[in-house]
Design a protein around this ligand. Structure first.
Ligand SMILES: [Zn+2]
Length: 77
C-alpha cells in the first residue's frame, strides 16, 4: 500500500481490508511477556478497540505522502 490512497478514509478502509497491522506505534505488548508460555501479541485487526492481546487500545491515524496521497497506520493511545 506504499502508493497511497486518495482519501484518509480509503487508506483506513484498505488497512482494515488487509486485516489490520502486525505492529502499531506504541506497541509494547511483547515487552511485558515474562512467561514463555504466553502467546506474543499478533498486532491489531484494525477493527477492535484493543490489540490482539488486549494490552493496548489502538486506533487508526493517517498521514500524507509528499505526493498528496494518504496512508494509515495503527497507534496505541
Ligand atoms: Zn497486544
Amino acid at each position: 500500500m506504499s502508493e497511497g490512497y486518495n482519501t484518509a478514509e480509503e487508506a483506513i478502509q484498505a488497512g482494515i481490508d488487509a486485516g489490520g497491522v502486525d505492529e502499531f506505534e506504541g506497541m509494547n505488548c511483547n515487552d511485558s511477556l515474562f512467561d514463555d508460555d504466553q502467546a506474543e501479541c499478533a498486532g491489531w485487526d484494525g477493527v477492535d478497540r484493543r490489540c490482539d492481546c488486549g494490552n493496548r487500545r489502538v486506533s487508526w491515524e493517517t498521514g500524507q505522502y509528499d505526493n498528496g496521497k494518504f496512508y494509515a497506520y495503527g497507534v496505541a493511545y
